[in-house]
Design a protein around this ligand. Structure first.
Ligand SMILES: [Zn+2]
Length: 227
């Protein structure tokens, strides 16, 4: 799985429990972070180099807890406007290089999503899933076309599935504690409590916690025909 997130903490806030279960089951999960996330760092006195160093260190610390097998950082400036087509082409190249079964990203059609890094990332990844299997689309030496089986959207209000994350709650929450540059202690406590509450309300029958995803095959992402 390639898990493409606008900011370093999005995958883990949205669905660390699902990603832990996947890595436990032997899946290779690679995190792709689109922006440098600098706008989210709370300490305004840090210089950019040190802020970047901390963000990457926190990502690797959380990734070790989740079981992430690799990291890519695309380095777009945070909250500064993404070029959707250029980002789409970067994702196509990554898809052809890693050849994942599934792309995970944020749902660009979430009803009240106002952050353009989220909407543009979700749309760019979706279009990459539509185009990456076409041999005449951006042919590049050594990178054969590759079509993913599905796109899984997190931060969605149109879930098609709920993953039982009851057994991985401790690691799910431990991963969030790594993102200290972006949260005060109070903010982290609120995040833990809020996720615990909604994930209990989403729990499938017999489970204590669940994470919601919208999972679609690529052919569902263009013109609405194809079943
Ligand atoms: Zn984000």
């Amino acid at each position: 799985m390639l898990a493409v997130q606008p900011h370093y903490d999005d995958n883990d806030i949205a669905c660390a429990g699902t990603l832990i279960r996947l890595s436990n089951a032997g899946a290779e999960v690679v995190y792709v972070t689109v922006t440098d996330d600098l706008a989210g760092v709370l300490d305004a006195s840090l210089d950019d180099t040190e802020a970047r160093r901390r963000l990457v260190a926190e990502q690797h610390e959380a990734g070790a807890i989740v079981g992430v097998s690799g990291f890519e950082a695309l380095g777009w400036a945070d909250a500064a406007g993404l070029d959707r087509i250029a980002l789409r082409d970067q994702v196509v190249e990554l898809v052809r290089r890693y050849r994942p079964e599934v792309l995970l990203t944020v749902d660009p059609w979430l009803r009240h999503e106002a952050h353009s890094d989220h909407t543009i990332t979700g749309l760019a990844v979706s279009e990459a899933a539509v185009l990456s299997g076409l041999p005449r689309f951006r042919p590049q030496a050594g990178l054969a076309p590759h079509e993913v089986r599905a796109v899984a959207y997190c931060f969605t209000d149109e879930p098609t599935t709920v993953v039982d994350t009851s057994d991985v709650q401790e690691r799910r929450h431990a991963a969030l504690d790594c993102y200290r540059s972006q949260f005060t202690d109070e903010g982290l406590a609120r995040l833990h409590a809020g996720l615990d509450r909604v994930e209990q309300s989403w729990a499938p029958s017999g489970a204590t916690h669940g994470e919601r995803l919208k999972v679609l095959a690529p052919h569902r992402l263009h013109v609405g025909i194809g079943g």
